[in-house]
Design a binder for this molecule. Structure first.
Ligand code: HMG
Ligand code: MG
Length: 323
């Protein structure tokens, strides 16, 4: 299989990124970030989670974030939350952007429906210990809980994604068998998840392992339904993406400014940075529709709000140029 000419970047910064930041951002700043990312050309931006606010206060008020973005799908007003990003022009967004939200259980699904979410993601793991710590369920219990949720969501016309965590290693169990990843991914696909995102939650994978694991899943569910989600703990995320692009993967997850980690995975640092991914894909001549300078500006703005420095190497290089 050869590399696709166009890749969809699935932006997870407002969810996977912000959920792991010590500072809890106000709703308006979360909305401004999503608007900036949309204005940069990202067409799928994970907007938050309907999980316990006691566990993850960073994701509380996701309903308010969606409400604040309800004009999406038509014309949006460009963010003015930073002098650099704020141009006060109206931008026509066509096609409309997708705003997926994470749902861990029936309560989260009901809340997502009440908030008029049109795209949900359920999240399971290939490791029992991680599943317990993350969602207080065994793998089997989580799949049993998701089955009716996914069925109802699809029946209502929602889009549904399924995540598998710990696909290349677990913070509690170490090695994870490829067969365990394939088993959870195929179960999620069989219950109706349209796309399965394979998460290297703690960023321990290297390219040959990433390619072999992704190929094993894709041979069961198809490469078009297989997305990759790398954290960059050991600096391998871009190399892993490249290895998987050669399989024909067409959806790659990343997080603006390299924000993120996982609150249930000690030592896991940020996600693959969107700026670094766009720079790589631009260099390879792969179409993404994303404007590198604009996404880097969005990264600088959210980092200013968080009081942290962008972790993206490309973001840092571009920031030096605009000084
Ligand atoms: P639990 O304690 O088993 O739930 O938590 P419970 O049903 O026993 O309820 C306990 C309390 O939580 C109750 O409140 C419920 O109402 C409340 P109380 O009566 O004690 O006041 N509750 C909720 N509140 C709001 N929204 C809900 C909800 N459900 C119950 N949906 C639960 C189970 C899943 C809720 C909890 O463990 C949780 O919130 N975990 C957070 C999981 C999470 O968000 N993890 C990070 C995302 S996964 C990830 O980052 C990996 C990924 O990026 C891919 C990769 O990198 O690998 C996707
Ligand atoms: Mg993640």
């Amino acid at each position: 299989m050869s590399r696709a000419g166009t890749i969809e970047i699935f932006e997870v910064g407002p969810r996977d990124g912000l959920q792991n930041e010590a500072k809890v951002l106000p709703v308006e700043t979360r909305i401004a970030l999503i608007r900036d990312l949309a204005a940069a050309g990202l067409r799928t931006v994970e907007a938050g989670s309907f999980v316990s606010p006691r566990n993850l206060p960073q994701m509380a008020q996701t309903a308010d974030v969606l409400a604040g973005l309800s004009s999406f799908g038509g014309s949006i007003s460009r963010s003015t939350h930073s002098a650099e990003a704020g141009s006060k022009v109206d931008l026509e967004i066509d096609p409309p952007i997708h705003l997926p939200v994470l749902v861990p259980n029936a309560r989260g699904f009901a809340d997502a429906l009440a908030a008029k979410a049109k795209y949900i993601a359920v999240f399971a793991a290939a490791s029992e210990s991680f599943s317990r710590r993350n969602i207080n369920r065994s793998i089997e219990e989580s799949l049993d809980e998701y089955r009716p949720i996914v069925a109802e969501a699809r029946a209502k016309g929602l889009k549904v994604r399924g995540y598998v965590s710990c696909v290349l290693g677990c913070p509690y169990e170490g090695q994870v068998a490829v067969s365990a990843v394939v088993s959870v991914a195929t179960a999620l696909a069989a219950m109706g998840c349209e796309e399965i995102s394979l998460g290297d939650t703690i960023g321990v994978g290297t390219p040959d392992a990433a390619r072999a694991m992704t190929a094993a899943v894709a041979s069961e569910i198809g490469i078009q339904r297989t997305a990759v989600h790398f954290h960059d703990t050991y600096g391998q995320a871009l190399a892993n993406v490249l290895a998987c692009l050669d399989l024909g993967v067409t959806v790659v997850d990343s997080s603006v400014a390299g924000l993120g980690g996982c609150p249930y995975a000690p030592g896991a640092s940020g996600n693959l940075a969107t700026e670094d991914l766009v720079y790589l894909l631009d260099g390879l001549g792969v179409e993404t529709g994303v404007d590198l300078d604009k996404v880097a500006a969005a990264g600088r703005a959210v980092c200013a709000a968080l009081g942290s420095a962008p972790r993206s190497r490309t973001g840092q290089a571009l920031a030096a140029k605009v000084k």
